[in-house]
Design a protein around this ligand. Structure first.
Ligand code: 3PG
Ligand code: MG
Length: 418
């Protein structure tokens, strides 16, 4: 690790500003708002415990949702403070803003080992603008900066980047937390020199979201297995009929470039040979984004690379599950990003869940290293109750994707070099 980590710091009695990613899913249940998945909070506990044990004064900063500079009470971190206190087993104070005199006063009376969580940094529009004056205000209470928010490391915002620069300019240290360190190890170092065969599973809706990752992984992987709706853009490029499947008609050249690169580099690049298709029908319900909710009728296996004209492909079929599982069973290293189908609907979940079982199996039985690149793939593994049967699951969505693309993420770049 070329950057300082919390292990390198001496923090006794120091005010340590810790950026965490507590952007957790909330849901209303029986008239009460609850955190439905606390993974991102749980994963920061090792860093927080280490700092508490060493007698630091912990000032935690985080965002929740996208309030766009408004004090939207639905996106308050107050609930998170309660959950954190519960998990950490010690009191967590809460400040109803992230800057200002009140915060400074509260911090002024903190003792070594005390923990304070600041209110949502995105209640101020200056956060996302990475406004230098706002970063100075945040940094007022900071002697040392720690970033454990891997999930937000791809954002050059005031609390993820600006504060680090202010602290560094004063001669203060900026270090990675233990979660950040683990994420960089598994998504970075481990994939630099993977044990082979190195098998990559890529799914999700769009080729355009994944093309940079595909391009980079074509230089490292032995085998790439494609699933999800993006498989149909690849099929379209091969001249197949894709029916009503989700396709990006303007991305067929990109798809062809990937085929060519795979051939040139000797990478086995596989597409599904069969799928589960259904007839999509618009309902009169609208989703959160105002788009009509679809109903899927006449669900069936389609043992052909062409989809019937009135159907959309929504999952990989049994023959593909078999071939992909065989490839996975040979692997010594696996990277998985993106589900194989529309797994939120159980009629289209079997492809994703079967692959999850194959990945868990080869990890448990053969000691293969399996790395799950965050977002929906993690959700799918947890739904299949296999989350603890793989080597590593990233807490980042967009961040893990950008990191896998080989980009230098701003939250990491801002940390002090060793
Ligand atoms: C995430 O959940 O992806 C991170 O917390 C970043 O959030 P953002 O996409 O709203 O910047
Ligand atoms: Mg995101």
């Amino acid at each position: 690790m070329p950057k300082l980590t919390v292990r390198d710091l001496k923090v006794r009695s120091k005010r340590v500003f810790v950026r965490v990613d507590y952007n957790v899913p909330l849901e209303e249940k029986d008239g009460q708002v609850v955190i439905t998945d606390a993974t991102r909070i749980v994963e920061t506990l090792p860093t927080l415990r280490l700092l508490v044990e060493q007698g630091a004064k912990l000032i935690l900063a985080a965002h929740l949702g996208r309030p766009k500079g408004q004090r939207d009470p639905a996106m308050s971190l107050r609930l998170v403070a309660i959950k954190l206190a519960d998990l950490l087993g010690c009191p967590v104070a809460f400040a109803d803003d992230c800057i200002g005199e009140k915060v400074e006063k509260t911090v002024g009376i903190m003792k070594p080992g005390d923990v304070l969580l600041l209110e949502n940094v995105r209640y101020h529009s200056e956060e996302e603008a990475n406004d230098p004056a706002f970063a100075e205000q945040l940094a007022k209470v900071a002697e040392v900066y720690v970033n454990d928010a891997f999930g937000a490391a791809h954002r050059a915002h005031a609390s993820t980047e600006g504060v680090a620069r202010v602290v560094a300019k004063r001669g203060g240290q900026c270090a990675a937390g233990l979660l950040m360190e683990r994420e960089l190890k598994f998504l970075g170092e481990e994939l630099e020199r993977p044990a082979r065969p190195f098998v990559v599973l890529l799914g999700g809706a769009k080729v355009s979201d994944k093309i940079e990752v595909i391009d980079r992984l074509l230089e490292k992987a032995n085998t790439i297995l494609i699933g999800g709706a993006m498989a149909y853009t690849f099929r379209l490029a091969q001249g197949c009929k894709t029916g009503k499947s989700l396709v990006e008609t303007d991305k067929t050249e990109t798809a062809n470039a990937a085929f060519a690169k795979a051939k040139q580099r000797g990478v086995k690049f596989m597409l599904p040979s069969d799928d589960v298709v259904a007839v999509p029908v618009k309902t009169d319900k609208l989703d959160k984004k105002g788009k009509p909710v679809m109903d899927y009728q006449n669900v069936r296996v389609n043992a052909d690379k062409n989809c019937p004209a009135d159907t959309a492909g929504l999952d990989i079929g049994p023959a593909t599950v078999k071939t992909y599982s065989e490839e996975v069973a040979q692997a010594r290293t696996i990277l998985w990003n993106g589900p194989m189908g529309l797994f939120e609907d159980k009629r289209f979940a079997e492809g994703t869940f079967a692959i999850a079982r194959a990945v868990a199996d080869v990890t448990q039985k053969n000691g293969a290293k399996s790395i799950i690149g965050g977002g929906d793939s993690v959700k799918a593994l947890n739904q299949a109750k296999l989350g603890d049967k793989v080597t590593f699951m990233s807490t980042g969505g967009g961040a893990s994707l950008e990191f896998l693309e080989g980009k230098v993420v701003p939250g990491v770049a801002a940390l002090t070099d060793k």
